[in-house]
Design a protein around this ligand. Structure first.
Ligand code: ATP
Length: 945
């Protein structure tokens, strides 16, 4: 087995060996693959098929990057000045040390957030780790990419990301995009039989597929020759694993916020120093300097980074619980801004469980019974009589159609655990189940009609063909002229019929008349308008095998066989989700490759479109200029018979109209549209690896309702972030103005020391803010229009709120401060310190924030209208924080450390009385807005103030 060690030196030149030598060296039988025991042994020997993570930026660089933040830089400046002043006065620089600790803490937190986010994302990505189709113990299995071992026989098809380096055994039209490895954007056509010279460069090794590259077209069977770090990708992994780090919208908003706060604070500081000097004279300068330091500390929301980290982490977790996996962090914040969801039909809006309902040939119109993929059921004529297994000789056209169902098919039906399961495309599996009902199985037919070539299915062509050699076929139709080869084609009925010039009626080939053509199309429309997915079938006897890539030529002059209509029931939860979207101001658009009537029937059933609504079909879209399309996109909710490149044009047109678009996709060619969409959504179950790579989010259950659930979570996350920003910054502005007022009112000393401010910003604001981060959705969360992701942080009243509440806050505490100052200086006492007015200000500010935390839970509902247990954390945080605040006044060592003073109970009560005024104000504001709203907007959607 030493030959397998491709990663060891010297590497094994697999491209130089022919197929037999490769199989021999890897000791595998290509018909059965490895045995389970061999797989375990090889897994032990070579380790899992994973690339080792390499470090991106060094941890030091990430840590240093955290200090680029303007607010932290200002705090560092404050710490230096404060430390300098303390040392000059021969005091321990308590404030400076505390500020530096907070700066370091914030830096470390930012660092942890970044590295944690990266790790969390990596872990989430591995949840959606690709599955690989392999042959083991003679059975076709899907295994996790990391469990693939050298010697595994692996199957590849369009859309798959190659999981390991492998030597091709067979391939058909295989085209691979190797840009991950070679940087070459064009796809490479591969060729299995070649044996190449040893010095063939990587890009020319046409008999090998490499790990990390993408199958663009065709299919192949290959034997794995290298896994994990022993692959070509593994060798260069360190070079290409760059860490993507772009600022999220929230980070950009935070930078904007920091700039505004710091500039605002500097302006206020300048005014206070100037005004204070005017009021109190030059002697007060050093006092004013200390006041300035306190103000600078007051304006920085030191607790904000921690709260944001927690909110985003919880949001991502809640989304995973609802089956939406976030691949790119900004999506957590921006999902709530989606205005338009463009969804595929099959599998996302529908269940992707196909069951054939009817079969139409020139001489038969049959209803088919049976459930699921079970190959049992009846073929019933209109009069209710059955066609039995032995009676197909009388229905040669039906027999040929069923042959085509089985042969022109890549799915597998398997009976396991007392149930019929499928591997592959559900549409094709349904055809196997259909044929199985009359005992047409692949096991029986494949030896009679071995497949020798194929023209694979693609969403652009909307059809596929296979070429089989006719060797002792039982079929009368195929034996009557005994052609050496036969081609079976299936696909969209219109396109397949377009390729036909004859029709099989009974045993006879007849020219296809225009009237027959129209009749077939009318039947197709009948089936489609019942919401059925219809496939057309044709065949063609061939005297020679068509060359590779000649599909256009070969798929001409076909013989029409008939049609099959299958039901793909809508997902039951989608109707409700569509209603929810409508209420939330989100438009749902269906984009499908299916027939316009099928699409329209299902769209109407789900509430996406109304009867008579216009459906735009791919061909019409093709004829439109981009400008024309932009004019149409606002009026069309169903696009049918589209190709993936149309999807890109539709997203672009919608974006041009100012929409924020979420778009689903699963195929390899959907990747550009997914990248272009504001939120690209890939399917977790049916999606190709390539589409997942291009997406921002993966639906673990492929379900449309999950998109809506994730959108709701996105709105909750963003609303909570805004809520605690309002909460924290309203308080910061209040603190700033109160401190600024002291010298202007002629009060001596600094009302709040930097240490006390840090306590407020981190502890008494921090705990309730954390609790607000888990506030459940407000009842109107999906009853209001989406917010623009490009909006400014201060938009929709946030800036105004901060200033308004900051001022109210300041008025309350300044009034208290003035009263407290005169009161404490009027009441002379030996036990009480005259400076305790400062502690009264400190206490009032802290406790007022408790009322703020309770009131801000809802922007529209009064606190008594809210269920206190819907977020018990807020009340818990308020109680704990208030107790902590009282400890700072009544526990002697804490008093000494924080520089507070003991307060008699009556003075404490007065502080509480003043504090409660903020709560009263906030509740009155809500009453005012409720009255104002109900006058302005008597019914309908409730808007945020
Ligand atoms: P959606 O775009 O909504 O997910 P879709 O499955 O209808 O759904 P495609 O997969 O692009 O989109 O299929 C387009 C058309 O191609 C189908 O309506 C059908 O007529 C045809 N088709 C689908 N699958 C096959 C197949 N395996 N073989 C042949 N033709 C197919």
């Amino acid at each position: 087995m030493s030959a397998i060690s491709s990663g060891q030196h010297p590497p094994v030149p697999w491209h130089t060996f022919d197929i037999d030598t490769t199989l021999e060296k890897l000791q595998v039988d290509p018909a059965t693959g490895l045995s389970s025991a061999e797989v375990l042994e090889r897994l032990e020997q070579y380790g899992p098929n994973e690339l080792q993570e390499t470090a991106g930026r060094s941890p030091w660089i990430i840590l240093l990057d955290q200090f680029k933040n303007i607010m932290l830089l200002m705090l560092i400046g404050v710490a230096f000045v404060s430390g300098f002043l303390a040392i000059q006065e021969k005091e321990f620089p308590k404030d400076a040390v505390a500020i530096m600790l907070i700066v370091i803490l914030n830096g470390v937190l930012g660092y942890l957030q970044e590295s944690r986010a990266e790790k969390a994302l990596a872990a989430l990505k591995s949840l959606a780790s690709p599955l690989v189709r392999v042959l083991r113990d003679g059975k076709l299995l899907e295994v996790a990419a990391k469990d693939v071992v050298p010697g595994d026989i692996m199957f590849l098809e369009a859309g798959v990301q190659v999981a390991a380096d492998a030597r091709l055994l067979e391939e058909s039209n295989l085209q691979i995009r190797e840009s991950a490895l070679t940087g070459e954007a064009h796809s490479v056509e591969k060729d299995a039989p070649l044996s190449l010279a040893e010095n063939t460069p990587l890009g020319d090794r046409l008999n090998i597929v490499f790990c990390g590259t993408e199958v663009v077209k065709g299919r192949a069977k290959a034997i794995v020759v290298g896994t994990g770090m022993h692959t070509e990708l593994g060798k260069i992994a360190a070079l290409i694993q760059g860490v993507e780090s772009e600022d999220t919208p929230l980070q950009r908003r935070m930078t904007q916020l920091g700039n505004v706060l710091v500039t605002g604070a500097l302006v206020v500081v300048a005014l206070v120093v100037l005004g204070g000097t005017l009021v109190q004279g030059m002697d007060a300068f050093s006092n004013l300097l200390e006041i300035s330091l306190s103000m600078a500390v007051a304006i920085v929301p030191e607790g904000l980074p921690a709260v944001i980290t927690v909110t985003l982490a919880l949001g991502t977790q809640r989304m995973v619980k609802r089956h939406a996996l976030i691949r790119k962090l900004p999506a957590v914040e921006t999902l709530g801004s989606v205005t338009t969801i463009c969804s595929d039909k099959t599998g996302t809006l529908t269940q992707n469980k196909m069951v054939v309902q009817g079969v139409e040939t020139a001489s038969h119109s049959l209803t088919v019974t049976g459930e699921g993929y079970q190959p049992t059921g009846d073929f019933l004529r209109a009069d209710g009589s059955k066609i039995g297994v032995g009676q197909l000789g009388d229905a040669p056209d039906l027999e040929t159609l069923l042959l085509s169902c089985v042969q022109c098919n890549d799915a597998v039906l398997q009976y396991e655990n007392n149930d019929w399961g499928i591997v592959g495309d559900p549409t094709e599996a349904a055809l196997l189940a259909l044929a199985g009902k009359l005992e047409f199985t692949s096991d029986r037919l494949s030896p009679q009609l071995p497949r020798i070539a194929e023209f694979p299915f693609s969403s652009e062509r909307k059809r596929m063909s296979v070429v089989c050699r006719v060797s002792n076929a039982e079929s009368k139709v195929l034996t009557q002229n005994s052609p050496p080869f036969v081609m079976f084609t299936k696909g969209s009925p219109e396109l397949t019929l377009g390729c036909c010039t004859q029709v099989l009626i009974g045993n006879q080939l007849q020219p296809l008349s225009e009237a027959q053509r129209q009749q077939i199309l009318a039947r197709n429309n009948d089936l489609a308008s019942r919401g059925l997915r219809v496939l057309g079938f044709a065949y063609k006897p061939l005297s020679v095998q068509p060359p590779e890539g000649s599909e256009e030529q070969a798929e001409r002059e076909l013989v029409w066989l008939g049609m099959v209509g299958m039901l793909d029931a809508p997902r039951p939860e989608v109707r409700e989700a569509v209603v929810k979207c409508r209420r939330a101001g989100i438009r749902v658009i269906m984009i499908t490759g299916d027939h316009q009537l099928t699409a329209s029937a299902i769209a109407q059933d789900l509430g996406i479109a109304q009867e008579g609504d216009r459906v735009l079909i791919g061909q019409q879209l093709e004829e439109m200029s981009q400008d024309e399309l932009e004019r149409e996109v606002d009026h069309v909710s169903v696009y049918a018979r589209v190709s993936p490149e149309h999807k890109l044009r539709i997203v672009q047109a919608l974006q041009k109209r100012g929409k924020f678009v979420a778009m689903t996709g699963d195929g390899v060619n959907d990747a550009p549209a997914l990248k272009q969409a504001d939120i690209g959504i890939a399917m977790g179950i049916t999606g190709t690896d390539v589409s997942k790579e291009a997406s921002d989010m993966v639906l673990l259950d492929d379900n449309f309702a999950t998109i809506v659930a994730a959108t709701e979570e996105g709105r909750v996350v963003y609303t909570n972030i805004r809520r605690f920003i309002k909460y924290i910054l309203g308080s910061n502005i209040g603190e700033l103005l109160t401190i600024a007022a002291a010298p202007l009112l002629g009060l001596p000393g600094v009302p709040l020391t930097p240490l006390q401010i840090l306590w407020m910003n981190l502890v008494t604001d921090g705990f309730p803010a954390l609790a607000l981060a888990v506030e459940p959705p407000e009842p109107d969360v999906m009853y209001r229009p989406p917010f623009s992701p490009r909006e400014n942080i201060f938009a929709r009243g946030l800036g105004l709120y901060m200033v308004r509440i900051g001022i109210v806050f300041a008025i309350i505490s300044i009034a208290l401060m003035m009263w407290a100052y005169s009161h404490t200086h009027a009441v002379k006492s030996d036990v009480l310190d005259a400076d305790r007015w400062k502690t009264m200000v400190f206490t009032t500010l802290c406790v007022a924030q408790m009322g703020h935390a309770i009131a801000i839970r809802s922007h529209s509902q009064l606190t008594i209208q809210l269920n206190p247990f819907s977020n018990p954390y807020v009340f818990g945080a308020v109680i704990i924080t208030t107790i902590l605040q009282f400890m700072l006044i009544y526990v002697a060592p804490l008093r000494a450390f924080f520089g507070t003073h003991w307060l008699p109970l009556n003075e404490l009560a007065i502080c509480l009385g003043f504090s409660s005024l903020l709560f009263v104000w906030l509740e009155l504001e809500k009453v005012f807005f409720q009255v104002f709203q109900s006058r302005k907007q008597p019914a309908g959607i409730q808007q945020k103030p």
